[in-house]
Design a protein. Sequence first.
Lengths: 166, 288, 807
Amino acid sequence: MSKSNVSMTVNGKAVSAEVESRTLLIHYLRENLSLTGAHIGCETSHCGACTVDIDGKSVKSCTIFAIQAAGAHVLTIEGMANADGTLHVLQEAFREMHGLQCGFCTPGMITRAHRLLQESPNPTEAEIRMGISGNLCRCTGYQNIVKAIQYAAARINGVEYKEAAE
Amino acid sequence: MIPGTFDYHRPTELSEAIGLLGRLDADARVIAGGHSLIPMMKLRLAAPSHLIDLAAIAELKGVRVEGAEIVIGAMTTQHEIIADEILATRAPILKEAALQIADPQVRYVGTLGGNVANGDPGNDMPALMMALDAHFVLSGPKGDRSVAARKYYNGPYDTAALPGEILTAVRFQAPAAGHGYAYEKLKRKVGDYATAAAAVVLTVSAGQIATCSIALTNVGDTALEAAAAAQAVVGSTLDKASLAQAVAAAEAITAPAADGRGSAEYRTKMAGVMTARALRRAFARATA
Amino acid sequence: MNAPTPPTSLERAEKLQGMGCKRKRVEDVRFTQGRGNYVDDIKLPGMLHGDFHRSSHAHARILKIDTSKAKAVPGVVAVLTAEDLKGVNLAWMPTLAGDVQMVLADGKVLFQNQEIAFVVATDRYIAADAADLVEVEYEALPVVIDPFTAMAPDAPVLREDLKDKMTGAHGPRKHHNHIFNWSVGDKDLTDIAFVKAEVSTKDLLSYQRVHPCPLETCQTVCSFSKITGELTIYGTFQAPHVIRTVVALISGLPEQKIHVIAPDIGGGFGNKVGAYPGYICSAVASIVTGVPVKWVEDRIENLSTTSFARDYHMTTEIAATRDGRVQALRVHILADHGAFDACADPSKWPAGFSNIVTGSYDFPVAHLSVDGVYTNKAPGGVAYRCSFRVTEVAYAIERAMDIMAQKLGIDPVDFRLKNFIKREQFPYPSALGWEYDSGDYHTAMEKALAATQYRQLREEQKAKQEAFKRGETRDIMGIGVAFFTEIVGAGPSKNCDILGIAMFDSAEIRIHPTGRVLGRMGSKSQGQGHETTWAQIIATEIGIPADDIAIEEGNTDTAPYGLGTYGSRSTPVTGAAIAMAARKIKAKAQMIAAWMLEVHEGDLEWDVDRFRVKGNPEQFKTMAQLAWAAYNKVPPGMEPGLEAVSYYDPPNMTYPFGAYICVMDIDVDTGVHKVRRFYALDDCGTRINPMIIEGQVHGGCTEGYAIAMGQEIAYDAQGNVKGASLMDFFLPTAVETPHWETDYTVTPSPHHPIGAKGVGESPNVGSVPAFANAVNDAFKFLGSTHIAMPHDAYRVWQAAEALGLHA
């Protein structure tokens, strides 16, 4: 159980910690860096509550060893806010559209939604649902999460958000 | 939730990886995307003492055309397969299947090599490789050799790869322009393994099926090449009788496990339904 | 210069963000930034981690436990077994249902994954390694898995600790695996009605075992100070005060030295009401070591051991006249409680409120009998978003009404309309002992029918059935209707208590001199948004903007005693306490205002945020001004300050209701379904925050969808648990989850201070039978009368196969 130094960039900051090879990235973030935004909801890589962004990819941080991410650029929910401290459009959108209740899936969901909108700046509802299909939520039934992402997309694209007819 | 301990290696050259695999304990494993292996390690169903990470070996990535063949590096991710222009035009069945594998996060990391190499009967790409009559390039201490996908799988987690070999690339003849294809996967939800799935690649000439290959996912100890089912529709216009014969032939080779998704009988029947639907869709594409 | 026009009453009301408006949530500010404070976020100096070694067997004697290898792992501080807990009299603990439960396996194990040893180590990785190294020798014993065999004459003895006790907490036990019988209603009159019945139906309607599966599992950090003798327990507790009292009773530690804090909780749904071995072992480990101990269960542990839900097998009979009037209802329930009856019910209700099984219908006479049995499965069950078994019996009555309607040849909606309790009949005394507070079922049903164009859907269905018979399609169409009445808001002290503590709830409201407010309640949100909605109630009651009102829950030192949040009880009980406390404050403020304005109290009227003199509205004092005055100069003889506490003992339960309609298409060749439309109309009385209500309905319907269409915790014949990971336990993603249409009517509760009834659980109650009825409705024209849940593709295909549709 020997440890080695693993360094990477998290939310723009160079970080490093002494960890075992087997230390999962989610534990590196939560325990070594005290970034407790990403959460653990399962151990079979299904729930997506641990989702972070690594070098432009959405990754379940419970299914990668920290050492595999050495040298990478990692973005977590704690790095989503703008440089001036104002909230990211997605963070505002989730509040505006009631896209969360207990908040446990929310960091992973927002981090994933961020990458989704980079992949597809103007997604249809079906694309959004497919896009977040790696993130489980037990509280919202996803409907308002979809609306939040649509609202954020509209804001980012500078168009008016139109709520779809019921 | 917590895996056992192991030593981690991250070679930058393929020769280095092969060397490590030869030198280290017999239970050393290569790790590609890790999204099959790491979950097993977290449940302590796998406990390799060494992990050899292939992520830094550049030559294992990428999609290229070599003459009539398409070559895909083993470390190409499902996400990259979906985005690849060559594959989108020359072998679109790969994109169609990749989109039905797991979920967006897993697809960013999961690799083609990882999906075909270890002989997990639940994986989707083996059937695709059989339908494309692909060959796997296995690199070892004695050099490279090629094994047909149709001959690679012996049983669950039992493949033709020898100890010390790494699956480094997949090669197949690009299907003819205008070919028909479909991957029809019955699953309970996104991210689920197939209850049953069928891959079909065919060509049509003057309204009749000229060539056809069919392979099935997760209805046997391995992916299954449904040669008789394919033969049943060659020369036909995919009329009702030929289709029924193909379905019967596909069902006949299945030997599925019963599990939470259904009984063996149900999964056999679903293999038949998926075969029929894949054939119809592939035929429609080829005659569009 | 002209003075600006003063804001109107309406403008001032809007600024308050009080009851009825879609106030954005206060909680979201921290959650969207990843700054929630959940139990596993807590790190205390010197904290150790605990992990369990668990049983591989479902029923076995323990011959030997060898912890030596585990103890030898560097970093392991202790390994506890039942022997260690016996020293502090905690090897067993009382359950909420009057039973006892092993904390660590004592001599035998009774379900797979049962806790055997608790490893405490310096980090969670070491704890996991060491837990793997505990070695146990078992002698396998025969298992009882099928509850219908639990009371066979030759059934193995499961609870050897109860072998000679033929009386349990709820009365006589008729077999060593029997727990209780609970019966209510008039058996004789009911039996007579069935003898005389023109038409009757009888069906076994089973609600399979599932699990609440909140995204955050159960966890705790226990921290004992050997210096002060104080025990601080952070945990995923829906009822933190109850946990504190239970810990005091079982540990002997004085209650004032026990500090229970429930921080942010990542979903509860009933999973986090009771006490689990992980909590007890962590507390003991902390007491023994004098340092904090954290225990976090993983998902497989959660799904297979921290309780379960449902597992009710309901033989349901309806007697009716040939022209469709129900005459009697007779139900027998076999309740599978697993190895220990750890059911989270009010203590006098071993079968919860299952006597709401008469539902929305005017049954003149009824009888219900429930038998609980032990089996070799995880103990429980908990009230999974169901207010104590309401989901189970709502499924039974809604399926049974459909089955009877089919037998009579009457449309299921018309059959319901014919038998609804009428508006004039409220308050309605049901044949099984409840007094329903208010309802207007016909209005709600008509609204639902109009919104979904129900009659046209039936026409479309008829046409599709003909097309199917002609072989033109392999799809069949189902229309599922559910009209539920549920019972929430436990409850009146006369019949509701948890371990002897009456089920009141509480609110303490304090107004600061600058007119800002701090409210503390005995409830505990796990996503319901109390920080947002409780402020809305106070805002409307006392005229201070919701944004100026801070709400706290979960710290048992500061929050007044409450029974927690589950069973949709918060709005009915805590919400009432909030209104009552606010009104005490308002009454005092009125006295101050009268004195300041030099009028009699009776000369004042309330206008949104102020008292003003009747007929002289320029003479007013706002609540903010009165708050300052309360600390400044109060009328002679009055105490300064402006605060109030209310402990509210509800006079009755509340009875939300709703009309849910599901349209579904099923491919008979694969068994795969597609939900075309789902319409949910809820009547929860007064609506505090429509946005939050809608969110609750979306979430509850999604849970109900999963339950009806595939979710299950199953066991094989040897007692191996199946489906206890997210690989197999069906949780739909955003792709499978249907689109939800929500609607409402408002029928206030006459006995509730703000007329509100609660809504959190209604969607789980109503959606499951709506989906199940849709599946069953699709197959009716082919001769099917009942297909059991869950309706996964395989089982639906099996139903089609049995009907000969694949020939």
